[in-house]
Design a binder for this molecule. Structure first.
Ligand code: MN
Length: 199
């Protein structure tokens, strides 16, 4: 049986410190993210979802209303996308000319785009995610609650994501979500990853 696997972290656990410390990543990646993988494999065993790609499980379980399967599958996909949306300070921080042109056309400036993303991340009530996506020829910022994801929505291409579940920042920042978001947006977004996603 082909199981869904936990994708490797794209850097060492301490690579994002002090914004996201190794302690946070050890729980967030090693317990939360890994837990969704284990739970999903248990839920899909013996069902029509067994053997499907993770992306297909997300899309088909959403349509079918299989909520537990959708929540765990989407959380796995969102977390894998989140780890790749982050980078060590000063690394991969330059958008491609193509992405920068799209950012300027949609937001007016790179700083305005980052501010919009940070604002969505801070304002998401409760658990969820803040996304930069390409949609109908322009870039927009969105946020989704809980496990919800833009993956599989027609015409929408996710470029970057910030996790704003408390488990993403509470050990390092306690309740100061805005400070965590600012530190991520100012120094740890992987704009090279985003540039690849817009193609
Ligand atoms: Mn998370």
């Amino acid at each position: 049986m082909k199981e869904i696997t936990l994708a490797p972290l794209p850097y060492a656990e301490d690579a994002l410190a002090p914004t996201v410390t190794a302690k946070t990543i050890s729980f967030h990646y090693g317990k939360h993210h890994a837990g969704y993988v284990k739970t999903l494999n248990g839920l899909v065993a013996g069902t029509k979802y067994e053997g499907m790609s993770l992306e297909d499980i997300v899309v088909f379980s959403r349509t079918a209303g299989d909520t537990a399967i959708f929540n765990n599958a989407a959380q796995i996909w969102n977390h894998d996308f989140y780890w790749r949306s982050l980078a060590p300070d000063g690394k991969d921080c330059e958008p491609s000319p193509e992405l920068l042109a799209a950012v300027d056309a949609s937001f007016g400036s790179f700083d305005a785009c980052k501010a919009a993303l940070a604002d969505a991340a801070v304002k998401r009530f409760g658990s969820g995610w803040a996304w930069l996506v390409a949609k109908e020829g322009k870039l927009v910022v969105e946020s989704t609650p809980n496990a919800d994801t833009p993956l599989g929505r027609p015409g929408v291409k996710p470029l970057l994501v910030i996790d704003v579940w408390e488990h993403a920042y509470y050990l390092d920042w306690q309740n100061a979500r805005a400070a965590y978001v600012k530190a991520v947006v100012d120094g740890h977004l992987n704009w090279v990853f985003a540039s690849g996603n817009i193609k």
